[in-house]
Design a protein around this ligand. Structure first.
Ligand code: 13P
Ligand code: SF4
Length: 329
């Protein structure tokens, strides 16, 4: 893991300094919903993986400061190669990406030459380059609906998202065995106890959760989909089975409602904080904007190869407005 910030920044008004540097650098700050509240609050845009990809592709800024994890910042670089893309902590990875080394994925593909590779965006640029179409959790349904039923598919690296899509669409995609360590940590027993304490409170879950959590959900969708569900459900209390920092946006939008993070095995939902997302801090964002590093750099051949599958996603998802299309009726 990256060493902690060693500079003494205690005399600095970090928020003011970040604002100053953002202007000086003509930078846009993009943040995922799983970032700490203070980072979400200063970002120019907060969104899910699809929305952040679109913003990165469209921005006029010279610098993209990506407050998220490495595969997201890499996606920004693939789509906007002329921009400087900085990530406050280069160790902000993802267990799904780690589960899927490109050489092993290439072998998996080679074993199934009659299958196309539909791949979750939570993977390395090298795995994107080996894939036919990328999906995010908010674009997966729109995209899978455009692939003929007779077409065989391998899906990686999230076996829970892939399994959910298989069940929902009656598909038989071959699944790579990766999981998100955060969504894997929710406890069914503790969730049922929580539901009993809050009778009538619906459960909204991310499709990265295993089936024993998704099966108790009233709504299943991407982070932006869950946020929209939070804004539209008729009750006053919602149980949220995804990384709990998203609750910050719910509390800002709906201060009169109660949002409860679904618990992990010990009944304490701290184990559901993404340890990779948590590496980004105000201090590291300030230093990254000041020094323009750590920066994402990518070999041009790899970038062009990875771009094809991402472009296909952006084309096929064009009707998707980050609306949690995986949502249950
Ligand atoms: P979405 O924001 O696209 O739903 O993805 C969730 C996630 O785990 C990102 O790593
Ligand atoms: Fe990866 Fe899970 Fe963290 Fe998302 S929440 S970045 S899938 S480890």
């Amino acid at each position: 893991m990256t060493a902690p910030v060693r500079e003494n920044l205690s005399g600095l008004d970090l928020r003011a300094e970040i604002d100053r540097l953002r202007k000086e650098r003509n930078a846009v700050i993009l943040a995922h919903y799983y970032q700490k509240p203070e980072i979400q609050d200063l970002a120019d845009f907060v969104g899910d993986s699809l929305e952040l990809s679109r913003k990165a592709a469209d921005t006029d800024a010279d610098v993209i400061a990506f407050c998220g994890v490495k595969f997201m910042a890499e996606t920004a670089k693939i789509l906007s190669p002329q921009k400087t893309v900085i990530l406050p902590d280069m160790d902000a990875g993802c267990s799904l990406e780690d589960s899927c080394p490109p050489e092993q994925f290439a072998r998996f593909r080679a074993q199934h030459p009659d299958h196309i590779a539909l791949t979750y965006i939570n993977c390395s640029a090298a795995v994107k380059a080996l894939s036919d179409i990328i999906v995010t959790s908010s674009s997966a349904e729109t995209i899978i609906g455009q692939i003929p039923e007779s077409q065989k598919i391998i899906f990686g690296p999230d076996r829970h998202l892939g399994g959910y899509l298989n069940r929902k669409f009656g598909r038989d995609m071959l699944l790579w065995p990766g999981v998100c360590i955060v969504h894997e940590a929710f406890s069914e027993t503790e969730l049922l106890k929580l539901k009993a304490q809050h009778p009538g409170a619906p459960v909204a879950a991310h499709p990265e959760c295993p089936p024993h959590i998704v099966d108790h959900a009233d709504y299943v969708g991407s982070t932006s989909g869950i946020l929209q569900f939070a804004k539209s459900f008729p009750g006053d209390t919602l149980i949220v089975a995804t990384e709990p920092h998203i609750i910050h946006q719910m509390e800002l939008a709906l201060p009169e409602k109660t949002f409860i993070g679904a618990p992990g095995a010990d009944g304490n939902c701290n184990c559901n904080i993404c340890p990779y997302m948590a590496l980004n801090t105000m201090e590291k964002l300030y230093i990254a904007l000041r020094d323009l590093k750590p920066q994402i750099e990518m070999d041009e051949e790899l970038r062009l190869a990875a771009r094809k599958s991402l472009d296909r996603m952006l084309e096929m998802a064009s009707g998707t407005v980050g609306k949690g299309d995986l949502g249950r009726a």
